[in-house]
Ligand binder design. Sequence first.
Ligand code: FAD
Length: 469
Amino acid sequence: SPILIWFRQDLRLSDLPALSAAVRSGRPIIPVFIRDSLVDGLGAAPKWRLGLGLAALAQHLERKGSKLVLRSGPALDALKALISETGAQEVYWSRAYDPDAIARDTGIKSALAELGLTAKSFAGHLLFEPWTVATKTGAPFRVFTPMWRAVAQRDVPSPDPAPERLAAPTHWPASEHLDDWGLGHAMRRGAGIVGQHVQAGETAAEARLDAFMERLDAYPAQRDALADDTTSHLSEYLALGEIGPRTVWHRVKGAALIGSTGADAFLRQLVWREFAYHLMYHTPHLLTRNWRQEWDGFPWNEDIETPEVRAWMTARTGIPVVDAGLREMYVTGRMHNRARMIVASYLTKHLMTHWKIGMDWFADGLVDWDAASNAMGWQWVAGSGPDAAPFFRIFNPQTQAEKFDPTGAYVRRWVAEGQSDPPETALAYFEAIPRSWNLSPNDAYPRPVVDLKVGRARALAAYEGRKDQ
Ligand code: FAD
């Protein structure tokens, strides 16, 4: 009988232990993707990006003599239907670590077991599963650097290559059509713009890694430079599992062996992703509440309709580097890590707005959206998270711009107003936003929605007030 491989956040064929195990069994393989409520709940950009990833995976499977079977509905119902249609006895998948997926998967495992069927879950999305890493006293890590030290020299299993071919079943079950799912609907105008910046799929991910390896040495010194393309851009591929973290780890470790000086700094960042998952697994309230309870009651604005929040969301705060970062996200679906920190600090401090509003905005706009990294990033900047930057260390966006965009190239790339001949990237923001906003690159650039000094003083006063409580 065939094995069902249930793809979720692992849209690849190499470095995929669940698939390797199925191939080793010698049995026919039926690759499946299910559009369930977790998929329906995705924000606009990640959902659209998922559609591109699924199309690429389907093509890749076809080159291997296989197919991607698409179904929608509650995952258990979809799996049971496929089991009865195909005679499969086993379902394999790569483990997910967010609370909703864990609840779903645990339920499915026991429901299938009651029917005498086997559901097997495998590692794949992470280098180090959250329960395999602990402090000396056996507790989960709450601080990054000790976790980094604990794992930096660990052996990571070598990734398996993609199978040459996947054994097909005698009969293929029916599949829904990806186009009918409308995964890109919520993107509206954005899809045309962002699409020019995205290349989906495993082959593109590997090409991305190859290209980055040429620049690894420059990474530690240059990764904060806003205008230079010095980071790997692997996040969206890792988020959808179009590349496996073990593949990245081994390539970079290999480069270190032959003398690359950038490897440590890069792997450290990759382990921040692991840290985010570690936190999400052990303390899932990371996703929904202040990780440090003492922040509950901090007088953050929670209304998304205020003029200040509107200005931030529409990338018209009047602070060029903040607007540049937010516009980069409109146009490319990505944002430089340094810009993420700048816009997040500005929202949670200068605009005294709750990090959850920013987190949700990113969840709608980022093609590399990742629940754990996004929540950790926001709570880190806001000060409410583990190992977070102290709240009173308020980034001055202008100083940040002078330091990390000294020539102003990043701001010019994304902010058209005031330029006599703005580049296409800056003009693209006006194409990506809804027409009903009636904005034009010839408009005057907005005045600051909040004076930086006033915003900073307001935030510090709130912080001092909290300490007195
Ligand atoms: P590189 O610098 O090349 O780093 C390599 C990889 O390491 C990344 O692809 C990523 O997987 C991991 N990584 C690097 N920095 C971090 C970090 N600070 N936290 C966790 N993992 C990291 N990253 C996401 O993948 N999805 C998100 O939704 C997300 N939201 C964020 C929100 C905020 C407020 C902040 C401050 C950071 C967020 N990050 C998020 C982390 C980081 O900004 C991105 O991973 C990075 O910019 C991706 O670009 P890159 O792949 O070129 O990174």
